[in-house]
Design a protein around this ligand. Structure first.
Ligand SMILES: Cc1ncc(COP(=O)(O)O)c(C=O)c1O
Length: 311
């Protein structure tokens, strides 16, 4: 990486083993060079599909039930028949992990689309093959530097939409809203975009959920316009259980710029510190509240992945 290359919240150490991973495509597990879907696939053609990012710890998928709840809820909402139950998905994940000899420090992108269309048009009834399920698993460890240095955010013109346009809770294949926000941040010289809601309150980033710490309190948006992140909810629950005051509320850039700490949450990076927003350094660089949350989150992952339910 050169000095000018922006950091992303999903930077991981280069791992040569990923050059030869095997990918699950509708029941077949094949070398990545041979893993292909049709150009008529609803996901490719329209972004008509849902996905989940999950991590494997010592052979167990962390918060598997929560990820499946989100996936099945999203698919139900858009009448996308998953074609299997939760146990079927777990079996496909297990087969893929086994074929790759993977047990830990693994990130997976599980993608389900409405399947192959008979014609290159939008109508869902033209997707007649049943769903396409693809599982990509990579060896992945977030880079250390990210946690030391922190992410630079820029507020971007692209906003989160109202739920009646495209509800931000859909983890849909189409991420164009987020991609545009990310481009705008990059063009402003930052690593990721900080997105506002339609009323101008601070909402989320293009790829993660966003938190600030002010005078010992943890604040995040109301949740109305952002991804219902599994990590976001775990952080809120952990704060509540550990006596850290936490609020889901509207706040503006005024409060974000003046925060003592700011951090992002997501399955990949867990909690990632924010160094600056719009060129303004956040706090002094000491992050005691985030450090505490990181420690109790790590413990939660250990407990969750030790429970037989997600084996
Ligand atoms: C826009 C956006 N926000 C936040 C998240 C983080 O969600 P989670 O904590 O479930 O990984 C994601 C991950 O898919 C995302 O795409």
């Amino acid at each position: 990486m050169t000095q000018d290359t922006p950091l992303t919240t999903h930077d991981s150490d280069e791992d040569v083993r990923n050059r030869d991973i095997k990918i699950y495509v509708n029941g077949d597990i094949v070398h990545r060079d041979d893993a292909k879907v049709s150009v008529y696939d609803s996901g490719f053609m329209l972004g008509d599909g849902m996905w989940e990012g999950m991590r494997l710890y010592d052979g167990v998928w962390a918060f598997f039930d929560e990820h499946m709840d989100r996936l099945f809820n999203s698919c139900k909402a858009v009448s996308l028949d998953v074609g299997m139950d939760k146990a079927g998905i777990l079996d496909a994940l297990t087969q893929t992990a086994k074929a790759n000899g993977m047990t830990t420090d693994v990130h997976c992108r599980l993608m389900l689309t409405r399947g192959v269309k008979v014609k290159p048009f939008q109508h869902p009834s033209l997707s007649r093959t049943g769903p396409t399920l693809v599982i990509i698993m990579e060896h992945s460890k977030p880079v250390d530097g990210l946690h030391k240095k922190g992410i630079r955010l820029a507020t971007v013109p692209q906003v989160r939409g109202l739920p009646m346009s495209q509800d931000a809770k859909y983890n849909s294949h189409s991420k164009l809203n987020c991609v545009v926000a990310c481009l705008q941040a990059e063009q402003a010289g930052a690593d990721e975009g900080l997105m506002l809601d339609p009323h101008g309150f601070v909402n989320t980033t293009n790829a993660c959920n966003f938190f600030i710490v002010r005078r010992g309190e943890v604040w995040t948006s109301t949740g109305d316009y952002c991804m219902n992140g599994v990590t976001r909810q775990k952080v809120i629950d952990l704060c509540r259980a550990n006596g850290i005051p936490v609020f889901e509320k509207n706040y503006s850039l005024y409060e974000a710029y003046g925060a003592d700490e700011a951090f992002l949450t997501g399955t990949f990076g867990a909690q990632t510190p924010v160094a600056e927003i719009d060129g303004k350094p956040i706090g002094t660089g000491d992050r005691p509240v985030m450090a505490k949350i990181q420690a109790i989150y790590k413990q939660l992952i250990q407990e969750n992945t030790a429970s037989p339910a997600s084996h």
